[in-house]
Design a protein around this ligand. Sequence first.
Ligand code: ADP
Ligand code: MG
Length: 385
Amino acid sequence: MTIDNLKIEFEKKFNKKAEHVFFCPGRVNLIGEHIDYNGGMVMPCAITMGTTLLVAKNDEHIFRFRAVDFPETTDVSKQSTYSKTGDEWFNYPIGVIHEFTKAGIDVTGLDMLFSGNLPIGSGLSSSASIEVLTGHALNEMFNGGMDKVELALLGKRVENDFMGLNSGIMDQFAVAMGKDSNAVLLNCDTLDYEYLPFEIGDYVLAIVNTNKPRKLVESKYNERFNECRTALKLLQQNLEVTHLCEISIEDFTKNRSLINDPVIENRALHVVSEDERVKKAKDALVSGDIKTFGELMYASHDSLQSLYEVSGKELDTIVEFSKTYEDCIGARMTGAGFGGCAIALVKKDSFDDFKEKITNYYNEKIGYKPGVFSSVIAEGVRTVV
Ligand code: ADP
Ligand code: MG
């Protein structure tokens, strides 16, 4: 929906004009998967698609939640504390209000209309988008005085404590801090970050959505989180580290026998080697070696497939096709996995052909079509009007 149409929709729902419009993108992670909760380096970027929020204050001390994409609505009176009720979408913004209230920021009544163009539950982080979007809006409307890193951290607390998913900081950081045409190289332990110009010459970043119905992501995610904690505890018998990503490949090789479960060992090997790949990917980007960057993407996918076991036949089919396509130099699943999206670096001139051929290939193997689009790296959360 265009902003003008959203404004009309807002007036219809609330009988008044929207005072402000805010936008927050989604993200893809270029490389560094299942790394953020292991204290390592990731390389996400914000994308053009995202979530829009229109707001107007009210004097009634009520928060009214409406969405274009979901039928459920709720009105919540201002309280000193909030809790999650059910699984409806509005729990995300309520969680954000809870965090603002906890931080002692006096948020009073607000009428809100949300609308997004990100595929939901597809690993492009529509949840981080709505969290950081709501945070930015409250911060602007009620003079919260938070910077964007604080908004990202607040969004993470909503995801972890309010919604109950043990995810790391990457998604919220990427959608808050994203920069036009730049990847964000983020150390998830220290939150040190730098922008890396994503100059990929004649290539485009293609996003391929598996369109797989969402299942199991949360439970498997939490399972991997716990497996990494187990691996860390065992390795800490010999190594003085607080995160898996502090361990070099050499130290891991020397100490891997401390882990007597081959599954846990594989999980840790993925984490340690993926963290190395991110560093190599940075060097490749800086030196303009996009071919090496692409190879690292393939290597990342292989590791996620065979060691970390978070891929699936849909994501594997996309990467398998990409490997056979001459004008594609790298592809991998992005996000938590099991379904969701893959990304690929494809020659600009061949994108339409790639789209057609991968659609047919995927459809034949999987039985339904994927979503294929080319994307541009965009700015993080912002005030539109
Ligand atoms: P992902 O972050 O991979 O897209 P999640 O399951 O983490 O998937 O988050 C999706 C949830 O976020 C949706 O089910 C909904 O509750 C909320 N959400 C995302 N986009 C919107 C939107 N445009 N309007 C309302 N709620 C949204
Ligand atoms: Mg999410």
